[in-house]
Write a protein that binds this ligand. Structure first.
Ligand SMILES: [Zn+2]
Length: 344
């Protein structure tokens, strides 16, 4: 089945331009290119233009020259380059990663413009934009952003998170340094390369013979918040097996007719959410669902009418999550009470 609208964080309008990553002079050419633009991140948040009533914000992309001027004027060290290539960093301040080329004229970037993400420390972020409200997290920002900006921010958040967790070589423990424009790291001791990784997780819309949906309340959430069941794929396991195992573990329910629907990155910090549908094997099994009592505390079957009647007392996933997207796909329209920003 072809989906008309992709899941919210699966939107993108960018040529990742992978072939350019290994060019030795890429960063120097970027810094000298007047069309180049930098997505600025600080503490997991990106710099957005001012939020004005009725006008959605965009990513506040800056040229490398303007950025250098601002940081020079502030007397902070322009961390671009030197610090970003420094080996063994335990933080990502100064990191720069080449994201790709814009496909459309939009905001401060023209079609074909190269775009990097750069991570600023407290002092540099303050020098560029002291107003804290302009630095916005991905969950809050994504629903307001265009396809291109949402995709850029999602890509930037995911790759920056990976760098933050990959300062040391998994083989020998020595420091690693970023190479390939930020798309790989190399061990300073044995020269081995480590590549960005993504953790696959399945999220499942389970229905019964009456097309009711199974929602669970997670132990980590406030009560009365319900979502789809989900879990990480284990090593050596297929996606289909993970779906059957997770629903078995969390709900004591055997499911059949496992079908893939769509995926979206969920960089909190490094997941790829793979959305599936599945069906309870029988009415008897559906009636006997039992929460595992550890991860899932309560399970309920909802018809569309029952879900509509339960809102807003029952909270359902927000519009950034693929859970919300799958649920609305089943529901047949927007579920207006979705609290914005609530996760998968
Ligand atoms: Zn090593």
């Amino acid at each position: 089945m072809r989906e008309s609208t992709p899941p919210p964080l699966a939107r993108a309008r960018l040529d990742r331009d992978g072939a350019a990553r290994s060019a030795p002079d890429r960063a120097a050419r970027f810094d000298a290119d007047p069309s180049a633009r930098v997505l600025l991140m600080h503490d997991g948040r990106a710099l957005l233009t001012e939020i004005v009533e009725g006008v959605p914000p965009v990513l506040d992309l800056r040229s490398p020259a303007e950025l250098a001027r601002l940081l020079d004027a502030a007397g902070t060290v322009d961390a671009a380059g030197a610090a970003g290539e420094e080996a063994g960093r335990t933080d990502v301040h100064g990191l720069r990663v080449y994201l790709g080329r814009a496909l459309d004229d939009e905001g401060a970037a023209t079609a074909g413009a190269p775009i990097e993400v750069r991570v600023l420390d407290d002092a540099d972020a303050d020098a560029v934009e002291p107003e804290a409200a302009r630095w916005v997290g991905l969950r809050q920002a994504a629903p307001m952003l265009s396809d291109r900006d949402s995709g850029l921010f999602t890509q930037a958040a995911a790759i920056v998170n990976w760098h933050g967790a990959s300062a040391f070589c998994p083989r020998c423990g020595a420091a690693t340094e970023p190479i390939e424009s930020g798309w790989s790291r190399r061990c300073t001791n044995d020269g081995g390369q480590v590549f960005p990784r993504t953790d696959p997780a399945v999220i499942v819309l389970v229905t019964d013979a009456d097309d009711r949906v199974l929602l669970g309340s997670n132990a980590m959430w406030q009560s009365n918040r319900f979502s789809l069941l989900a879990g990480f794929v284990e090593p050596g396991e297929s996606l289909e097996s993970a779906v059957v195992r997770e629903i078995g573990e969390e709900a004591g329910l055997e499911v059949v007719d496992v079908e893939y629907v769509a995926s979206q990155p969920w960089p909190f910090p490094a997941s790829l959410m793979l959305g599936f549908t599945a069906r309870a094997v029988s009415a008897e099994a559906a009636a006997a669902v039992t929460p595992d009592g550890e991860e899932i505390l309560e399970l309920r079957w909802f018809s569309r009418a029952e879900l509509a009647a339960a809102l807003p007392e029952v909270g359902v996933p927000g519009r950034t999550s693929i859970a919300g997207w799958l649920l609305e796909r089943w529901y047949g329209g927007p579920i207006e009470s979705s609290p914005q920003g609530w996760g998968a």
